[in-house]
Design a binder for this molecule. Structure first.
Ligand code: HEC
Length: 116
């Protein structure tokens, strides 16, 4: 019985992972992961920290989508993000939706997060 429970848990976990994977794949294809990771700050802030800062704001997805295409500077640290013009507006919106969606289930903010 324990064994069957483990299998069920495994299936549930891989089920949710698949939905999240779509966003992660898109981020990978859009060459975001060179500078970003979901949970760890690298060159840029973690996507989870970005979600925690903007989720719940009105127009968060539109704002984030615009940030992706136009780049960003001075909001998170000394290193600016170059404009990501290879990302078309529809893809930027998809990425933004995924990033913003990382917040609610995200748990505690990390040390990098400065909540407004
Ligand atoms: C060359 C490195 C680099 C790449 C490539 C990159 N980013 Fe960034 N990104 C950064 C840095 C650095 C910041 C912090 C900029 C700042 O302080 O304002 C940032 C900030 C952001 C922000 C927050 C902007 C804001 O308004 O607060 C978002 C959203 C974001 N990146 C998404 C993406 C996505 C999606 C991609 C892929 C299409 C991507 N980034 C590719 C380095 C990068």
């Amino acid at each position: 019985m324990k064994f069957i429970g483990l299998i069920t848990a495994g299936l549930l976990v891989s089920g949710t992972a698949n939905a999240a994977d779509a966003g992660l794949n898109l981020a990978q294809r859009s060459v975001c992961l060179a500078c970003h990771q979901v949970d760890v700050k690298r060159v840029g802030p973690s996507f989870r920290d970005i979600a925690l800062r903007y989720a719940g704001n009105e127009g968060a997805v539109e704002y984030v989508a615009r940030s992706i295409r136009n780049g960003s500077r001075g909001l998170w640290g000394a290193i600016p993000m170059p404009a990501q013009r290879h990302v078309d507006p529809a893809t930027a919106k998809e990425l933004a939706e995924w990033i913003v969606s990382l917040a609610p289930s995200g748990g505690e903010p990390t040390d990098d997060t400065k909540q407004p």
